[in-house]
Structures are given as C-alpha cells and as structure tokens.
Design a protein around this ligand. Structure first.
Ligand SMILES: C[S@@+](CC[C@H](N)C(=O)[O-])C[C@H]1O[C@@H](n2cnc3c(N)ncnc32)[C@H](O)[C@@H]1O
Length: 254
C-alpha cells in the first residue's frame, strides 16, 4: 500500500481525530447539527440528482449519511485524513480514499464537492478553494462548513493552544473564493454548549478530537485553576459555556 506523506501538523491532527474516533460520532452533537444544516442549505439549490459527488474530511459520516439520506446522488467518493474513517462510511459511499485533501488526487468533473467542520484544519484555504473549483464540472456545487474566529473563544481567552489554523468568518470567505464560483449562501451562527465543569468540557473536546493542536498536559492543580478562571470569566448558573462558531457556505461554478 502507498504510504501517505503528512507534515507534522497533519500528523498531530490525524492522531487527535484517530484517538477520538470511537467516541466522536455520539459526542459530536454540534457537528451533527451543522451537517444537517449544510444539507438543508444545499437542498434549496439542487433540483436534479447529483451524478458525481466528493466529500472530504468525512469523519464518521455525519454529513455523508445526511446527504445520502436526503438527496439523490448517483456516485459518491469520500475522504478523510484518518484511514479508519473508511470503515465508518463503507456502507454509505461508493469509494473512500485516505489522505490530506491539500495533496490528494481527486477526480475531475464533479457535480458536488462538500465538507462539514473540516476546512478550519486547512491553513491555505484560498489555494484549496481554487483546487476544488478546478475539479468541479460547470454548474457543480460546493457546500462547505467551517468555523469563524469566535470558535471556542472561551478557550482562546484563557490562553489555550487548541485553535485550528483556519478559522474564517463569513465576511472573509468571499475574498478566498475564486472568481469561477458564485456564492449562493453564506451564514454564520454560533452554537453554545453548556458543561457542569472543566473536566466534562475537556472530556468533550478529547472525545471529539477537535482539540488537535493542543499540547496541554493537565495536572489536578492546573485543572482547578483553569476551572476557576473559566467560571469567573464565562460561568453562568454553575455551568461553563463552550461556543462553536459555524459558518456555512454554498457556491456554484459558473
Ligand atoms: C470535526 S471532524 C468532521 C467530521 C465530519 N465531516 C462531521 O461533520 O462530523 C474533522 C475531520 O476532518 C478530518 N481532517 C482534518 N484535516 C484534514 C485534511 N487535511 N484532509 C482530510 N481530512 C482532514 C479529520 O480527520 C476529521 O475526521
């Protein structure tokens, strides 16, 4: 089998998602609802069956299942950085290929390229969007969700190193989208989750693997101090909030 070449950041992200894979699906409530929203937005713009679709960063298949359940797609290829994701989507797609989307060999003349909650891991989104556009057939659709700069803003304020490299607000997507694509839908709307303490909050991050860039080592004293500062700055009625800041975008190739 051909080995996949990854840079150190990609290796760390892959390790984090691989570690959280078994628990990801049931704990990624925010991502599940973001994927459903993406399909709802897309549905209003597709009127005929999609011939050839490609999804990158499919994970355990929240978007894959929603898409296949709600829209007519003749053939679908899925991808993820983590090879084991192929097992999760085996019954939902026609083919799966592992590797980083940045350098992956992808088919041309696609009628739909989609991805939920993954583009924030791609540092050069302008280059990615140009590449995706090049692989779309005329009239083909691009359906993406990523996260804006308020993603986990509580953690950012408390000095966490967990941020993904590509948080991008709705108003900044337009500058990254090549002229070959027309933006049809662009929405940003936060989702706030509430936790009983710092431990369950950090457990949630670990179980969903979304903390890929974090190199934090937690001692009991550090956790206690973190919880105190979190509660002081953001706590409400004994609970701690964690903000997801999703951005949804639908575009069409002219
Ligand atoms: C937050 S999960 C989202 C999974 C799924 N799309 C969902 O909506 O639940 C992000 C996924 O992107 C994958 N990923 C991260 N960087 C990637 C890259 N450069 N190329 C392909 N997949 C990547 C991770 O392995 C992970 O499965």
């Amino acid at each position: 089998m051909k080995s996949i070449v990854l840079d150190p950041d990609q290796r760390r992200v892959r390790q984090s998602f691989r570690r959280g894979l078994a628990s990801y699906h049931d704990n990624a409530e925010a991502q599940a609802s973001i994927a459903q929203e993406l399909v709802s937005a897309l549905e209003t713009h597709i009127t005929t069956p999609v011939k050839r679709a490609f999804e990158f960063g499919c994970g355990t298949g929240h978007l894959t299942a929603a898409l296949r359940g709600r829209t007519a797609i003749d053939w679908m290829l899925a991808n993820d950085l983590v090879p084991e994701c192929g097992n999760a989507v085996r019954d939902t797609v026609d083919a799966f290929v592992a590797g980083p989307i940045e350098t992956l060999s992808i088919p041309t003349e696609l009628n739909l390229i989609c991805s939920a909650s993954t583009v924030q891991w791609i540092p050069d989104q302008t280059q990615l969007l140009q590449r995706l556009s090049d692989h779309l057939a005329p009239g083909g659709m691009l359906a993406l969700s990523g996260f804006g700069t308020a993603q986990f803003h509580e953690l950012q304020a408390l000095g966490s190193s967990a941020a993904a490299p590509g948080y991008c607000n709705a108003e900044d997507w337009a500058a990254k989208v090549p002229a070959s694509l027309d933006i049809l839908h662009l929405v940003q709307e936060p989702i706030v989750m509430w936790f009983d303490g710092a431990f369950p909050l950090l457990k949630h991050l670990r179980k969903t693997g979304v903390n890929g860039q974090s190199r934090e080592q937690w001692s009991r004293a550090k956790l206690t101090d973190f919880e105190r500062r979190y509660a002081e700055q953001f706590g409400k009625d004994g609970k701690l909030p964690l903000t997801y800041d999703p951005v949804w975008m639908i575009a069409r190739k002219g």
